[in-house]
Design a protein around this ligand. Structure first.
Ligand code: ADP
Length: 654
């Protein structure tokens, strides 16, 4: 037996290792199994090159629990190590790696992802003593027994071992006895090792027979050694992708809509499959997360800093040995490789969508409603994605037809360009509620889009920002003649004086409900003879700001504003004309306030009494109320008591 001292400068790194990544101590198992898999893969490579001759025999990696001895063993039949190699790789390299790691991060443990880095020494997070029994594949190699009980002294001696390979034996610390439970270990193996390239066996297969669980002879293999993303797309059928999806997310019942197989080897390595799920609302998001692997070893499903945020709406796997994993999360975002990976995935996803749209428009349209949120989110948050996505992002009109913005502009350009050269795109967020307004727009031959998605408002604002002479206007934001003004004096002229109109305004004003959340501005306008006599409209800008503020921070100012409506009294309508004719006038003396702007030194305004004509409408309250309620009704705002009153009044009038 020989006693070696490990080459560590700091007195004792074990207390640090034990404390380290306390919350993440389960990763020890992944680290040890990764080593076992590496050793097995190396052996297979040597065998292929002829350096190792003959049949390799059993190459499974096994995880064994001995409850009596309180040990957990990771066993492989890989290349093994000679005494020199144990000294070099374990005593020197592994220790110095661990030491470097600890000295680098000991003051900022929270900055570590905790995914990779500690390697073999992570065993000391959960074990008091670790033994290695190993036999190298090399001819005439002698088996070695190494042991260390958590201080800087290790023991090494020759031993007898029949089979090539390595056993790593952990004497589990009292505090961590959960790692001697089958269920815990099986859970961890399923989490980290589900797709490792070498078979991992844990216990025996079990089966339910006559209501009892019985153990079979066959070993229980944890992993699928050749997951779909490692294969060539040409070797996979649609069903293979679907069944792999369910392998990834066993609890998921829905089928994915489609997938993208990623395969890059320059300038970095990346493979993976991304699936498009149906995304109906924000609530669906993050249930099935994208899983990140490093050479088939599960690393994390927290990929927020590795792929752009909108891509986290997708499902699937990304496998890349080039993503640095032992660094802090904030560092990841500025890492060049990560940036490249991110932009590559963005490009791939955009290209695939573009290709799908080009190849089968009808099919793409069918999927549109389910993927639009993803695409809009991408366009809003990623300029590069936007540039590509404008060519396949769709708009849907009330006839159920889909158009790209460019095609739609071409379609409505001739009829919906106003006198100032603005192309006005009309839309509704509720076709039943806006029915009256939509009909009016249709009479003019205008087309109306349906914009009911959560991100539609943002999409419209973005399109307006990118296209100077483009406006999206909801059909009920004004009378249609004003929304798309064709000529300067487009509207029918009325011959009423300002005083008469003021009288009509006042008559309606007296009827307005008192509600602090709603504000009404009343004005008279000769819209068109065949338009409604009174119409409620809601200013596009204010309404949209309010809607956007619901999703965005820093815009709550708009959210708190009361809803503002315009009540347009259509003086071209026969009913209003009739009311106008019933108005009476009188002359009163009124205080006129003179503008004092010319005389700056004057303290205030000079008051002067002048004659003024005042028009009033008497005994028409019932009709006015009826008209106002019709306006409310046409905009879907007549409810509750007001609605009941309207119904009763209507019956009485009849
Ligand atoms: P890493 O795996 O990152 O190199 P480790 O500390 O986990 O660091 O392991 C150090 C070295 O010890 C490995 O590179 C390998 O050469 C050797 N080693 C560890 N485990 C085994 C094993 N099961 N079989 C053969 N060699 C091993």
């Amino acid at each position: 037996m020989s006693k070696n001292t490990i080459h560590v400068t700091s007195e004792n790194i074990f207390p640090v290792i034990k404390k380290f990544l306390y919350s993440d101590h389960e990763i020890f198992l992944r680290e040890l199994i990764s080593n076992a898999v590496d050793a097995t893969q190396k052996l297979k490579t040597l065998s292929r090159s002829g350096e190792v001759k003959g049949d390799l025999g059993d190459t499974r990696v096994r995880v064994l629990i001995d409850k009596k001895k309180k040990t957990l063993t990771v066993q492989d039949h890989g290349i093994g190590m000679t005494a020199e190699e144990v000294d070099k790789y374990i005593n020197q390299i592994a220790f110095s790696g661990a030491e470097e790691f600890v000295s680098k991060y000991k003051d900022k443990a929270e900055a570590i992802i905790g995914h990779f880095g500690l390697g073999f020494y992570s065993a000391f997070m959960v074990a008091d003593k670790v033994e290695i029994v190993t036999l190298s594949y090399k001819d005439d190699a002698k088996a070695v027994h190494w042991s260390c009980n958590g201080d800087t002294e290790v023991e090494m001696e020759d031993t007898i071992k029949a089979e090539r390979g390595t056993d790593i034996i952990l004497h589990i610390n009292k505090e961590f006895e959960q790692y001697l439970e089958d269920a815990t270990i099986e859970g961890l193996l399923k989490k980290y090792c589900k797709f490792l390239p070498v078979e991992i066996a844990f216990g025996k297969k079990k089966e339910w027979r006559d209501g009892k669980e019985v153990e079979l002879d066959e070993e229980n293999i944890i992993n699928n050694v050749a997951p779909a993303w490692t294969k060539k797309p040409t070797d996979l059928k649609e069903e293979d992708y679907k069944s792999f999806y369910h392998e990834l997310y066993p609890m998921q019942m829905d089928e994915p809509l489609f997938h993208i197989h990623l395969n890059v080897d320059y300038p970095f390595n990346l493979t993976g499959i991304l699936y498009f799920p149906k995304i109906k609302s924000n609530l669906d998001v993050h249930r099935n997360k994208i899983q990140l692997y490093c050479n088939q070893v599960f690393v994390t499903d927290e990929v927020e800093n590795i792929v752009p945020e909108y891509l986290t709406l997708l499902h699937g796997v990304i496998d890349s040995p080039d993503i640095p994993l032992n660094v802090s999360r904030s560092y990841l975002q500025s890492d060049n490789n990560v940036k490249k990976i991110s932009s590559h995935i963005t490009k791939k996803v955009a290209d695939k969508l573009a290709e799908m749209y080009k190849n089968d428009k009808a099919d793409f349209e069918k999927k549109w409603d389910d993927i639009k949120m993803f695409i809009q989110f991408g366009m809003l948050t990623d300029e590069k994605f936007y540039e590509k996505a404008v060519d396949f992002a769709l708009l849907k009109n009330l006839d159920g037809e889909y158009y790209t913005l460019k095609d739609y502009q071409a379609k409505v350009k001739d009829n919906q360009t106003d006198k100032d050269g603005n192309l006005v795109i009309l839309y509704t967020q509720d076709k039943d509620l806006n029915y009256t307004y939509i009909e009016r727009a249709k009479q003019k031959g205008y087309d109306v889009l349906e914009m009911t998605g959560e991100l539609d408002v943002h999409q419209m604002s973005q399109a307006e920002q990118k296209n100077e002479k483009l406006r999206f206007v909801r059909v009920d934001s004004d009378v249609i003649e004003n929304i798309i003004k064709k000529n300067a004096n487009d509207n029918a002229n009325d011959n009423y004086t300002d005083e008469q109109k003021e009288g009509m305004r006042k008559a309606f004003e007296g009827l307005l409900p008192e509600n602090s959340k709603l504000n009404y501005y009343i004005n008279c306008e000769a819209t068109a003879e065949d338009a409604l006599p009174v119409l409620l409209t809601q200013n596009e800008f204010m309404r949209r700001m309010k809607e956007m503020s619901a999703h965005q921070q820093g815009m709550s100012f708009y959210g708190q504003m009361p809803d503002q409506y315009n009540l347009v009294i259509n003086t071209a309508h026969p009913l209003i004309k009739d009311l106008m004719s019933k108005m009476t006038s009188e002359t009163v003396m009124d205080e006129k306030v003179q503008d004092s702007s010319e005389k700056k030194d004057d303290a205030g305004a000079t008051k002067e009494m002048v004659e003024k004509t005042v028009w009033t409408l008497k005994d028409q309250d019932e009709r006015l109320k009826q008209l106002f309620d019709i306006a409310l009704l046409a905009s879907g705002q007549l409810k509750g008591e007001a609605l009941a009153k309207f119904v009763n009044r209507s019956v009485e009038l009849l």
